[in-house]
Write a protein that binds this ligand. Sequence first.
Ligand code: ADP
Ligand code: MG
Length: 298
Amino acid sequence: ATPTAVMVATGVGASQGVLIKGAEALETAHKVNCIVFDKTGTLTIGKPVVVNTKLLQSIAVRDFYDLVAAAETNSEHPIAKAIVEHSKKIRVDEEKHVRPEARDFVSITGHGVKATIENKEIIVGNRSIMLDHKIQVPDNVKDLLLEAEARAETGILVSISGQVVGVVSISDPVKPGARNVISILKSMNIRSIMVTGDNWGTANSIAKQVGIETVVAEAKPDQKVGKVKELQANGSTVAMVGDGINDSPALAAADIGMAIGAGTDIAIEAADIVLMKSNLEDVVIAIDLSRKTFTRIC
Ligand code: ADP
Ligand code: MG
């Protein structure tokens, strides 16, 4: 392709909200035959909401959410935001309600949070955070988690003073166009893979909804990088699509990193291509633009 063709293609991209950072990124994109997608905020809308609450002890739902929300107030995680929102919603009729305060807040990346509230230790998170704190998860609670996961929801466990007292189900639906994008990519001979920090059950349910067959769940940022490198070692040219801080190392490691425009600044900086409109369809636009610019029939 001539420099003019590259310039024109970059301009066409920009006019459609596909920001291509340089000629090399535009060129590499046409070789991509494998795309690694982050789940939360990339394949899913990324605004989780509380859809179900199961309490195992006699505690009022409002009091339960007071404690959970107090523990989550200082967390930046979308799950924390969903819980805090929910607790406000169920107290909306009580103008003067005073929420309890949390002390000794600790955030455990990829697992959950803990804090002390009214002299009780509250832990909110996944199975591993309970295991790490030697808190028993009864079989009926394990079943509740599996049921939530089968519905593509994430089940969050809540313990008070070492006892699991509730399960909060969080739903983060897939983006309406996601399934179609995966199927178009397939028709372009591009294989799609999903990586996520979320649990295996939820991850597999979401993957099924969008038509992805290969999944890596419970993945830390360096495991996302590991998957990208493994695919590269097998001869693939790999694009990574993500939105979070935890995706940025993988965005940088991939042959092409594509950041969701609505994502975090760190992801946008690490990427070679930014999808300004946060549309998954623009993954196809970017690769198509590169193919048109760099594949010559004659
Ligand atoms: P994702 O890639 O889905 O954003 P993370 O690595 O951020 O995953 O988190 C993995 C899992 O850890 C979440 O699905 C959730 O079960 C648990 N988790 C993380 N942060 C929190 C939090 N603030 N509150 C409750 N659970 C959390
Ligand atoms: Mg994400």
